[in-house]
Design a protein around this ligand. Structure first.
Ligand code: ZN
Ligand code: ZN
Length: 481
């Protein structure tokens, strides 16, 4: 009897409920709506695995000899000893070690139990297998180059191979991955589109929902309401992926080179944990990091390179304009005159502008100066700004003319017709990748395929020169000169 029901999936309802809650995810025991008894019962049956949140990590013989204790956070993969601390634990009444690295997602202590599903697979995600019609209703058309890239990506993922889409900013990467996402969903696979930034998730979600109206899609970022935990398609910041375990059959990583993914081992760990064994990864980037670039160029990683934007126009190339000691000027409450001239000219042409700056303080100061100088409709925005989403949305609606921003808007934000300048492009905050991305905000729509990108500076830097060279190179590859 038991055998029979197992072959169909699971014995009665209790387990199905547990499976529904746990499958593909990882929880701290205390956040589960399940009693200890039910969990214990499931562990006995082999359906549920429970492990310690903090485990000892002994890396070298020396550590063992000196008995110096080292720790690993099993949820986020943190092994940086500086970010562990001790507390008198309110729950177990002992001295517990806890991880500060993933604290914002709920504390993981020595006495925390991490709970995952390891029983039979649910049939849940095969709902699209027998669907004949299309899942994707996006009715735009891909250029020949985009179609070829989309096809190659689709084929690679079908064969379980990872793939790099190395495409210039504004090449229409998102639309290119629609066919592959559709194919994966129709094969009954669970798909995640991971991106480093909250803003990008918020920009992608409505586009995905419009393109795949029948597919439940869950959007995850810091502060998002978790709506649909078992949606077959998830759009998530890489950080939020640590809530998943052994879940996704196919992973798309947008802007793979963007901070912080590339710098943070935790996020690599999170992606490995969230993926099912052997799940292929599609990397999307305009400026891929060196290791991926090398793997692609040496043939180790399949991929495709797109040097043209979907509308067929070249990338706007940055112009350098020297404005002297901009930092000193702004601190003294003065505006660089070349900046004013440029902004006035653009206002006259009824264009909208992004003004990039290197710090939160500068964004505040410059916004105030511009407002005082009579530039109406100027707002400033930065990562900790509580109104940042509202401001970006007002900018899109045309209610704001000039948006002074830190690098938070360097990627993923598409506003047709926007023109861009960087005030203090020589600041070390702006590396060549950031400058390429910022330049990529201009001329993205077919209606406005060109526009200014100005680097205001007090002395050219290597990063500025490299960024301009990369853009020129891409235009050359695209056959523009
Ligand atoms: Zn404790
Ligand atoms: Zn942690």
């Amino acid at each position: 009897m038991l055998l029979l029901s197992r072959s169909k999936g699971l014995p009665p309802n209790d387990y199905a409920n547990v499976q529904h809650i746990l499958h593909g995810r990882e929880f701290r025991a205390e956040e589960l709506p399940l009693s200890e008894k039910v969990i214990k019962d499931c562990v006995k049956k082999g359906y549920v695995a429970v492990r310690s949140g903090i485990v000892p990590l002994n890396e070298s013989v020396l550590d063992l000899l000196t008995d110096r204790k080292k720790w690993l956070c099993a949820r986020c993969g943190n092994r940086d000893q500086e970010t562990f601390a001790t507390c008198t634990c309110g729950r177990c009444r002992k001295n517990c070690i806890y991880c500060r690295h993933c604290l914002t997602m709920g504390i993981v202590r020595s006495c925390t139990k991490l709970v995952t599903w390891c029983g039979p697979e649910p049939a849940l995600h095969h709902r699209f297998i027998h669907q004949n019609g299309p899942l994707c209703v996006w009715d735009g058309t891909l250029s020949d180059e985009q179609s070829a890239a989309a096809k190659a990506l689709n084929q690679a993922l079908e064969c379980g191979k990872s793939f790099l889409v190395w495409a210039v900013t504004g090449s229409g990467k998102t639309e290119m991955i629609y066919p592959a996402i559709e194919r994966q969903l129709k094969n009954g696979r669970r798909v995640v589109l991971a991106t480093p930034r909250t803003d990008v998730v918020r920009e992608l979600l409505p586009r995905m929902r419009a393109a795949f109206p029948d597919v439940p899609i869950s959007g995850l970022y810091a502060g998002s309401e978790e709506s649909n935990a078992d949606a077959p398609l998830v759009v998530s910041t890489a950080h939020q992926l640590i809530r998943y375990s052994n879940c996704f059959d196919c992973i798309f990583i947008d802007e793979v080179d963007a901070f912080p993914y590339h710098f943070d081992r935790m996020l690599e760990f999170a992606i490995r944990k969230a993926a099912r064994p052997g799940a292929p990864i599609a990397y999307l980037s305009a400026t891929p990091p060196a290791d991926l670039k090398n793997d692609y160029l040496s043939g180790k990683l399949c991929g495709v390179m797109l040097a043209r934007r979907y509308h067929g126009h070249p990338l706007p190339e940055p112009q350098f304009r020297w404005i002297g000691n901009w930092l000193k000027l702004i601190r003294k409450g003065q505006l660089p005159s070349l900046l004013c001239e440029w902004l006035r000219a653009k206002m006259g042409q009824k264009r909208q502008m992004f003004v990039f700056v290197s710090s939160v303080t500068l964004s505040r100061d410059l916004t105030e100066l511009l407002q005082r100088a009579g530039f109406s409709g100027t707002a400033g925005v930065h990562a900790e700004d509580p109104h940042r989403h509202a401001k970006v949305s007002d900018f899109r609606k045309g209610k704001i003319n000039i948006l002074v921003t830190t690098t938070i808007l360097e990627r993923g934000v598409t506003v047709p017709g926007v023109e861009v300048c960087v005030v203090g492009a020589d600041d070390p905050v702006f590396d060549d990748r950031a400058l390429v991305q910022i330049s990529g905000r201009v001329g993205r729509s077919a209606e406005f395929p060109s526009g200014d990108i100005i680097f205001f500076h007090n002395g050219k830097t290597m990063a500025m020169v490299r960024a301009r060279k990369q853009i020129e190179q891409m235009n050359q590859n695209g056959g523009f000169r």
